[in-house]
Design a protein around this ligand. Structure first.
Ligand code: G4P
Length: 531
């Protein structure tokens, strides 16, 4: 198969949702369709249980499982589908944000009864900022939920999307009869009382025909006609270019658990979703069709076995063909490296591969050379953009609890931060280290891993910080910036990249600081200088 054909057939995407909306169930159903797994329940184990707010043993177990499910690849209708797993647990949101830098599109799952939830809002906001093409799947139609039009309004308002329904439910909950597929002009009905069997799609190019009344009953047929008329009046018609540019989001309805509406979603997805896209680097835009290999690390996974401290770095191939045993330049270290056993991922297993193409993810064994955001090339100096840090939600001083092990502590902290477990800030004033995390859970994970993998002990001390703000002075030499630095000295720190950060203790402080020093911009992400 030609190189270009290999690129064209790849679809690399992520599924995002608020926990419990049905992400795992949908992933599993997609894998079943692709023949990648034989039975439901196979992916389920990857979920961090709802109650596990501080069970780090559980986290350790999950870490092992999630290597296997980090990338789920399968072939469907000759397309190579790569699903990148995004943790639903909010304490791991940072991991999800980073994974979003490696996808070419996303599917957003929403629970029909709960509507748009908090975690979905945050994740969609990141996708919108990056103009990632999105398809919305409204799930659990077998249950009573919100009115379809109300829900579409909510999606538009809360998520700031411009939606176009490509399917529409016929009834809901107890009365859920099936789905009208607007995209293909077909009706799919549930058959049988258990709502587990799905009929073959019946084609309806014109839903005004009396045949519809016979099949779904007069009342339902009338309602459906009115609803579809309204859909056509109110919503724009589907336009693939607008979807690909991130300006229009198709919506599907269904029930992942009952396998309903999933095939329609997948069939439409492989047709409209983008193949690997060009990616911006600091130096230039890199096209996936370029022959020279380029790629970047978006995730690092530590080994479960504390005796072998090797890790797995996940690299997204941006362009060219990644070949086993070929020398590649590790740009940050300016070092040539060869990889004798790159892993590719298939459904639930990983195996060594000789060649990988743009859109694919390869797992590279690493003994500490990589950190998140690193770029590999065939020699060109390129630095891919867009693996940002976001302001953590929790901040604590980290203290060394065993003075004889300070070397181990710093090494451990350094490596865990490279893995992206949390963020480390160093206070300008006294050099004290502050760990910032998205969820409180990470502090236990860090403490546990420092002890078990590095033989170091740490303790924490609370620090009342509301947000970390990355600082962008209009002019680093002007008096206003100098004054800002002098007054805020106690709250200034450097992140791991050496960027200056203001640790603000409240939203009010941020507001006051902005109005007092208008030429000093404060950002909640380290990636503010990237369009
Ligand atoms: P998540 O990964 O987004 O967190 O959600 P997950 O797929 O685990 O689904 C959360 C719960 O919702 C599960 O039930 C799942 O069975 C259920 N669910 C998913 N899709 C549908 C659907 O289309 N209809 C209905 N009625 N339920 C659905 P659970 O009781 O939490 O877990 P389990 O005991 O079923 O494993």
């Amino acid at each position: 198969m030609s190189f270009l054909k290999q690129i064209e057939r790849r679809r690399t995407f992520g599924i995002i949702s608020h926990p419990d909306a049905g992400k795992t169930t949908l992933t599993e159903k997609l894998l079943l369709f692709g023949g990648a797994i034989q039975e439901a329940g196979a992916v389920k184990n990857n979920k961090i249980k709802k109650g596990a707010t501080s069970d780090f043993m559980e986290i350790e177990r999950q870490r092992g499982i999630s290597v296997a499910t980090s990338v789920l690849a399968f072939i469907y209708k000759d397309k190579k589908i790569n699903i990148l797993d995004t943790p639903g647990h909010k304490d791991f949101a940072e991991d999800t944000f980073r994974t979003l830098t490696a996808v070419d599109s996303v599917i957003v799952v929403i629970d029909v009864a709960k509507g748009v939830e908090e975690q979905t809002e945050k994740l969609v906001q990141v996708c919108r900022m990056r103009k990632i093409p999105m398809i919305v799947f409204i799930n659990k139609l077998d249950r009573e939920g919100k009115d379809a039009f109300d829900l579409l309004d909510e999606v538009e308002q809360k998520l700031g999307l411009r939606v176009v329904p490509l399917s529409f439910p016929i009834g809901m909950g107890y009365d859920f009869k099936g789905i009208y597929n607007i995209y293909e002009k077909k009706i799919n009905l549930f058959s049988g009382d258990n709502k587990q069997t799905v009929s073959e799609g019946i084609e309806f190019t014109d839903i005004s025909t009396p045949e519809l009344d016979e099949i779904i009953g007069e009342t339902s047929a009338e309602t459906l006609r009115e609803e579809i008329e309204l859909v056509e009046e109110v919503y724009p018609s589907f336009n693939k270019t607008e979807y690909l540019e991130g300006n229009l989001q198709p919506v599907f309805f269904g029930s992942a658990l009952n396998n309903f509406g999933v095939k329609e979603l997948l069939d439409c997805f492989i047709e409209i979703a983008p193949s690997p896209q060009p990616k911006k680097s600091e130096e230039r835009l890199v096209d996936s069709k370029e022959e020279k290999m380029t790629g970047f690390v978006f995730k690092i996974h530590a080994n479960m076995d504390p005796n072998h401290r090797n890790r797995l770095a996940f690299v997204k191939i941006v362009s060219g063909t990644f070949k086993r045993n070929s020398p590649y330049l590790h740009v940050r270290n300016n070092k040539k490296m060869k990889f004798s056993s790159p892993n590719a991922f298939f459904a639930e297993k990983k195996e060594i591969v000789d060649e990988s193409f743009p859109g694919d993810i390869v797992g590279l064994q690493d003994t500490g050379n990589f950190k998140i955001g690193d770029t590999l090339t065939e020699g060109e100096i390129l630095n891919f953009k867009g693996v940002p840090s976001f302001s953590p939600e929790h901040f604590r001083y980290v203290n060394n609890a065993d003075p004889l092990k300070s070397k181990q502590l710093f090494k451990g902290l350094d490596q865990l931060m490279d893995e992206g477990v949390a963020q480390l800030f160093t206070l300008d004033l006294n050099g004290r280290k502050v760990i910032g995390t998205v969820g409180a859970l990470q502090y236990e994970v860090i403490q546990y891993r420092l002890e078990h993998e590095y033989g170091a002990k740490c303790s924490y001390e609370n620090l009342p910080v509301h947000k970390a703000c990355w600082i962008e002075p209009e002019n680093p030499k002007n008096d206003e910036f100098k004054e800002f630095k002098r007054v805020k000295q106690r709250f200034l720190a450097k992140d791991k990249q050496g960027q200056l950060v203001f640790l603000a203790d409240s939203a009010f402080t941020i507001q006051m600081t902005q109005s007092k020093y208008p030429s000093v911009k404060l950002h909640f992400t380290s990636e503010f200088n990237i369009q």
